[in-house]
Ligand binder design. Structure first.
Ligand code: A3P
Length: 354
């Protein structure tokens, strides 16, 4: 196998000091590791990504693998649960028993932390953390999160179907991934993505994230947030949408007509659902039920003081909520930004009049 390894084709570069400063003051004041810019598209990753980049690029795949991929906050969790339940013949008991994070190893989450500096990081945030902050529990969680999952995936029994979550763009994954494995990619209006990322950064920001949404938007649309440039990410998957092993979905379509999206996923996975099964699945996947579903909502971290008050992982679940966050200037800027980025592609969002 070793002889067949592909060299990782991309170089990375450090950000400019003023960019680092902007990120620190806007969104990640306590983050222990810096961002770097990777490859010709300039994807923003945390630096620990580099130690695993070649292994991910070369990860051995199996024909039964199913990836759920997205730019973050695009409806990944929703899609993961939908895909998993259909692929596993609607096994609701197991879905309730085994948290989604265990059912889907998260390929790139390790990059947020450096295994060697986790303790230092936890010590820093302990100083300003909430009263109920449970240092040991958090440390335990981070130790697991910081471990790359490639070896865990390799150790999965050959009889087990592997479900893999990733926010990586296609160009950082094995180049021939779709020759072997399946992928469901979900995309969402970048304005809603930005709002959702803003809240997510607050949720896990350990009280350190003080900038307002306008500051965050500035960072996001200037390609200075994790795994931006957003449009490059989506376009890479869009280009593969006709591959029989790729299913490209839009959050807005799930939101508008969930049964239609469920049927698409079922067809893609070679499964069929009767009306009763469809109704139950729609109900299970509703935002109200998701908010209370312990297997998907990350609320188990709440009592250890890791999650910010007033923020939740499963949040509003609406298409178009961005309107409440954008003033006229930002709205026009966003429209221009979207238009400019769609000039060289036939990617079109179903709900945006172009
Ligand atoms: P909002 O913050 O706009 O509410 P991801 O899973 O990729 O992190 O995406 C999170 C976004 O999907 C959040 O968006 C979240 O509320 C929304 N979401 C999660 N479950 C959902 C559901 N069952 N129905 C609709 N939206 C859902």
């Amino acid at each position: 196998m070793a002889g067949k390894e592909l060299p990782f084709p991309y170089e990375f570069e450090e950000l400019k000091p003023e960019e680092e400063e902007l990120i620190k003051t806007t969104v990640y004041p306590t983050m222990p590791v810096p961002y770097v810019r990777l490859g010709p598209k300039g994807y923003i990753v945390f630096k620990p990504y580099m130690k695993e980049a070649a292994n991910i690029y070369n990860m051995p795949l199996r024909p039964t693998d199913v990836f759920v991929a997205s730019y973050q906050r695009s409806g990944t969790t929703w899609t993961q649960e939908l895909v998993w339940l259909i692929a596993n013949d609607l096994n609701y008991e197991q879905a309730a028993e085994i948290p989604l994070t265990h059912r889907y190893p998260f390929l790139d989450v390790f990059m947020y932390f450096d295994e060697d500096t986790i303790e230092e990081y936890v010590d820093t945030i302990t100083k300003t953390a909430a009263e109920n902050f449970d240092r040991e529990k958090f440390l335990g969680v981070l130790r697991v999160v910081a471990k790359p999952v490639i070896s865990l995936l390799a150790a999965a029994p050959l009889t087990a179907k592997r479900f893999i979550k990733t926010h990586l763009p296609m160009s950082l994954l094995p180049p021939k991934l779709l020759d072997t494995a399946k992928m469901v990619y979900v995309a969402r209006d970048p304005r809603d993505v930005a709002v959702s990322c803003f809240h997510h950064a607050r949720l896990f920001g350990m009280g350190g994230c003080h900038g307002d949404f306008k500051d965050f938007w500035n960072l996001f649309h200037r390609d200075l947030f994790t795994l931006t440039p957003y449009f490059e990410h989506v376009k890479e998957a869009w280009e593969k949408r006709d591959d029989p092993n790729m299913l490209f979905l839009f959050y807005e379509d799930l939101s508008k007509d969930l049964p239609a999206s469920i049927r698409q996923v079922a067809d893609f996975l070679g499964k069929q659902l009767n009306e009763e099964q469809m109704n139950r699945l729609c109900d299970h996947l509703s935002i109200e039920n998701f908010k209370n579903n312990k297997s998907v909502n990350y609320e188990d971290l709440r009592d250890s003081g890791v999650l910010a008050n007033g923020e939740t992982f499963i949040r509003k679940g609406k298409a178009g909520g961005w309107r409440a966050y954008f003033d006229d200037e930002m709205t026009q800027q966003a429209e221009r930004w979207i238009e400019d980025n769609l000039l060289d592609t036939d990617l079109r969002f179903p709900h945006i009049r172009h």
